[in-house]
Design a protein around this ligand. Structure first.
Ligand code: PEP
Length: 257
């Protein structure tokens, strides 16, 4: 059975005190109403809060992830944070290739592939994001675009670490817009991604790969999305900033999947 994963991407939100309050609230709600043991919760706060969130979430089995890491190993790269730094702080996950990084920070498929390799070298699970924009969807090129992104990300992965990759399908037109993909649209793309992965790494590998959906996922649409056979969880932006909403989403996984 594949891992079910719910990851919260806090992006560049919350002051230190607000972040403390939010993680306390999430931990408190989880202790009152725990999620199924097969659901892994990951919180991805801004860099400066990683240590605090890691310490405060230890008791409640929440994993911690970063939102980015450097494509370089170490050295004179002012402002960058390396995979080795994260792993030395026991940060086990990292979002890589988010569309906002592609859009505002010029991340290309090549840079993203290099970041995935850095993460794997340090045994950090990459949450690799892919997804088409609105023009690409409306012109019917969404499969082609996602295929290119996925193939670039998976090219040249170290065979013994490839199993660590987690893919998040995040249609750009759905991110932060309130316009969620329909369960059918999500399922269709997730099944397509799984096929691509099977082609490269084999059926068994693809069957074990967790593919998350991201883009305006909230407590009222999560259950329908998570019911889809190839949707293994979610990467949640806006709704991860409110403990009650995030916890409701965490309880939206079907029992029988
Ligand atoms: C995201 O940015 O990863 C995301 C899914 O955002 P939102 O849930 O706010 O659409």
């Amino acid at each position: 059975m594949r891992d079910k994963i719910l990851a919260g991407n806090w992006k560049m939100n919350k002051t230190f005190g607000e972040a403390e309050e939010l993680i306390d609230e999430i931990a408190d709600q989880l202790s009152k109403k725990p999620v199924n043991s097969d659901v892994q919760i990951i919180i991805c706060p801004p860099f400066p809060y990683l240590e605090m969130i890691r310490d405060l979430s230890e008791e409640c089995d929440i994993q911690v992830g970063a939102q980015n890491l450097s494509q370089f190993e170490a050295g004179a790269y002012t402002g960058e944070v390396s995979a080795a730094m994260l792993s030395s702080m026991q940060i086990g996950y990292c979002i890589i290739g988010h569309s906002e990084r592609r859009q505002y920070f010029g991340e290309t498929d090549e840079i993203i592939a290099a970041k995935i390799k850095q993460a794997l070298n340090e045994d950090i699970f990459p949450i690799f994001c892919c997804g088409e924009n609105l023009t690409e969807r409306e012109s019917g090129r969404h499969f082609e675009v996602v295929q290119k992104q996925v193939e670039a990300a998976l090219s040249d992965l170290p065979a013994d670490k490839a199993y660590m990759i987690i893919i998040a399908y995040e249609p750009v037109w759905a991110i932060g817009t309130g316009k969620v993909a329909s369960p059918e649209q999500a399922q269709e793309m997730h099944a397509f991604i799984r096929k691509l992965v099977a082609y490269k790494f084999g059926e068994e590998f693809a069957e074990n790969l967790s593919i998350l959906y991201g883009g305006s996922c909230n407590p009222s649409n999560a259950a329908e999305l998570f019911k889809q056979p190839d949707v293994d969880g979610g990467l949640i932006g806006g709704a991860s900033l409110k403990a009650a909403d995030f916890i409701k989403i965490a309880h939206s996984f079907p029992e029988d999947k």
